[in-house]
Ligand binder design. Structure first.
Ligand SMILES: Cc1ncc(COP(=O)(O)O)c(C=O)c1O
Length: 675
């Protein structure tokens, strides 16, 4: 199959959006019938039946061939008279079965020369695509409903994806993502409708049939493929069971298995359009607005996937039903405590379904059941990413339904949010001023660097849209930075604005004029002029006369104090003295986390803290390249020794004593430090 066919958006002859692939089944049957035991333990062992001929070694993470675990504990618990197996998809590269889809789809994208991709996801496909796109050098736009758990968004952001939170349901999010991709001319991943998506999920069926045979045979060389009686999966959009069904159907067609399994499609009651339609014996499903807490399963409108799955279910006497959030949470505990498998709530829905199948007698004695253990949440630490790791699209309902102007302005706003500006200055106060100036006018992403060398590394890594630089800096000055940027073919197109206090000599001017026509002298211009100039340099039409989007952005103050009364007092004093935003921590460790997350404009610390003492905390902050420029104020009830005062005056901007200094002194110092 040609790469462009794999990525096709619809059938050229009938126009259908649903694409299918078929293979030379008879030829493959002969080879597979002899056994595949010498092949690599990844999904690529089934390459003859995949739309891409093999792995790309630069992209592959060893996806697939996850363990098929016998669930003895559950067999005992349910007094099962047959075998229960767990297909442990948590053991994939990003801990969910979506790794299969991402591996095949991203490999196909790279072969087709696609450099940028848009995907809507309820969470797990997001992490999987983000990891594989990172490896393939493909820029990924991930659209997720704002209710998706933050951990899922953080994992994707950690892999470098552009994470866009949409204020709507997952079905709204899918429409917005498709519209965004169409307007920008970017490849849109069509999930179950695409060839790569469905075909990749077939490998689950191939593995189950091969592994069941291997587990039951003494002699691996003579093992025959075997079909379970039931295949159980939690379902949202349905791509998993659609692919699995196709896989079993193909094995059957090739004569490698003698029958097909029954499918048990388990939905969560707060979003169960398929199971509701099935129970009502309807041929199509009515969309629902999800009310479940299990957002990973929140596809309210399954579209044609329902009809296809219903046919599959009816063919072998399978079922579709739902379990409640509460039943899933119970099952989550039981799966962990009985089986030692820690799963996420979406996966627990399948286990709650399994339990229902046994308690309601759906499984006959002697039948073999395989349950897909699809995913697990990866705890990406919040402070690693700072506070700008998602972009957001705020939608009025009409905009979602009809597209049009509402959506246009939401997308323009998105463009602004992905515009990044690198601010280079060795003086942290000047950097902070420029950051606040920019953020007051626009929602740009601001990256900071403290020297030319630091800036060059960040420019290469993060490719900013514009650079604002000082001239006089240690390590590498602004002149050298300009020369290096303009001499690097990858960076030369980036406009550079010089903002400096240096009195320029004729030689300086001559040098600068070769690289930048935008030189501003600190203190000699209105901030609005610089903001307008930057907006027009960035091609922000209609915004060249930049006006503040809001008033000045409030400064963030982080208070670290273990005494709740003192924290309350500090908050009151800070908030009453100006437009400040206060965040609080009760010990040093949580304070450090918040500092990484929020990059505050000021930290106020006590010297007597329960976990890491104040002195060590201050040393840690001053040694950390992300935090060392944040101004520090000490606010303490402790009588300080001369040695302590000496240390603190070297490393902090102000030392205040709770008993000595009144509110007036505090406010004066606060304003001085923040000015
Ligand atoms: C853990 C888990 N289980 C089940 C599903 C449902 O998948 P499908 O899209 O195949 O319905 C998902 C979807 O993301 C999932 O992440």
């Amino acid at each position: 199959m040609q790469p462009n066919e794999v990525m096709g958006a619809g059938c050229k002859s009938c126009g259908s959006a649903w694409l299918d692939a078929s293979y030379a089944y008879a030829d493959v049957a002969t080879v597979w019938g002899r056994g595949l035991q010498h092949r690599p333990q990844s999904l690529w062992r089934y390459h003859e039946m995949l739309p891409v001929s093999g792995p790309d070694p630069e992209i592959s993470l060893g996806e697939g061939f996850t363990p098929l675990l016998r669930a003895y504990q559950l067999e005992r618990l349910y007094a099962a008279q047959g075998e229960i197996y767990v297909k442990d998809e948590r053991q994939g590269p990003t801990s969910s079965f979506k790794d299969r889809q991402a591996a095949v789809a991203v490999t196909a994208m790279r072969k087709a020369g696609i450099r940028e991709c848009v995907l809507a996801s309820t969470g797990n496909a997001a992490a999987a695509y983000a990891a594989y796109c990172a490896r393939a050098g493909i820029r990924l736009w991930l659209f997720m409903a704002s209710q998706v758990p933050a951990e899922k968004m953080r994992e994707a952001a950690l892999y470098g994806a552009e994470v866009v939170r949409v204020s709507g349901t997952y079905d709204d999010t899918k429409r917005v993502a498709a519209e965004f991709a169409a307007r920008k001319g970017i490849h849109f991943d069509r999930g179950a409708k695409s060839i790569a998506g469905k075909e990749s999920m077939k490998t689950l069926a191939f593995e189950i049939a091969e592994q069941l045979g291997l587990q039951r045979s003494e002699d691996a060389g003579a093992a025959a493929w075997q079909c379970p009686d039931w295949y159980v999966q939690a379902v949202s959009g349905g791509i998993g069971p659609l692919g699995v069904w196709k896989g079993f159907t193909e094995l059957h067609q090739m004569g490698l298995i003698d029958r097909l399994p029954r499918l048990a499609i388990v939905q969560v009651a707060g979003c169960a359009p398929m199971s509701q339609a099935f129970q009502a014996n309807k041929a199509s499903a009515d969309p629902v607005v999800p009310t479940t807490l299990i957002h990973v399963l929140a596809t309210g409108d399954p579209g044609p996937a329902y009809g296809l799955l219903r046919n599959a279910v009816l063919k072998t006497g399978g079922t579709m039903f739902s379990v409640t959030d509460g039943e899933a949470f119970e099952a989550m505990r039981r799966t962990a405590s009985r089986m030692g498998l820690s799963v996420e709530p979406a996966t627990a829905v399948a286990f709650a379904g399994l339990e229902r199948m046994f308690t309601e007698g759906m499984v006959a004695p002697g039948e073999t059941v395989v349950v897909n253990c699809s995913g697990h949440t990866f705890p990406a630490e919040s402070h690693v990413l700072g506070d700008q790791y998602t972009l957001s699209v705020e939608l009025g309902h009409a905009a979602v339904q009809t597209g049009g102007d509402g959506l246009s302005s939401a997308f323009n706003n998105l463009d602004e949010q992905i515009t990044s500006i690198l601010v280079v200055d060795d003086n942290p106060n000047d950097r902070r001023l420029i950051r606040r100036l920019l953020r007051a006018y626009k929602q740009y992403r601001v990256i900071e660097a403290q020297s030319g060398a630091d800036a060059l590394a960040k420019a290469r890594d993060q490719r900013p849209d514009l650079i604002i630089t000082d001239l006089t800096m240690p390590v590498m000055d602004g002149f050298t930075l300009l020369e290096r940027v303009k001499g690097d073919p990858e960076l030369a197109h980036i406009p550079v604005v010089v903002v400096s206090a240096k009195s320029l000599t004729d030689a300086d001017r001559a040098l600068l004029s070769r690289y930048s026509d935008s030189v501003w002298t600190k203190g000699s211009f209105e901030t609005s002029q610089l903001a307008a100039h930057i907006a027009s340099t960035l091609g922000d039409s209609g915004q060249a006369d930049a006006r503040p989007a809001s008033t000045d952005e409030p400064a963030w103050v982080l208070v670290i104090d273990d005494e709740p009364r003192d924290r309350r007092l500090l908050r009151r004093m800070i908030e009453s003295s100006g437009d400040y935003h206060v965040v609080e921590a009760n010990d040093s460790r949580s304070g450090l986390k918040l500092a990484y997350e929020h990059r505050p404009d000021l930290m106020i610390v006590d010297v007597n803290l329960p976990d890491i003492n104040g002195r060590d905390l201050i040393e840690t902050i001053r040694a950390d390249h992300l935090l060392r420029d944040v101004p520090l104020m000490v606010y303490t009830a402790q009588e300080l020794t001369p040695e302590q005062v000496n240390f603190l005056s070297q490393h902090t901007q102000a030392i205040l004593q709770k008993t000595r200094d009144d509110k007036q002194v505090f406010v004066t110092e606060l304003r001085r430090v923040l000015s």
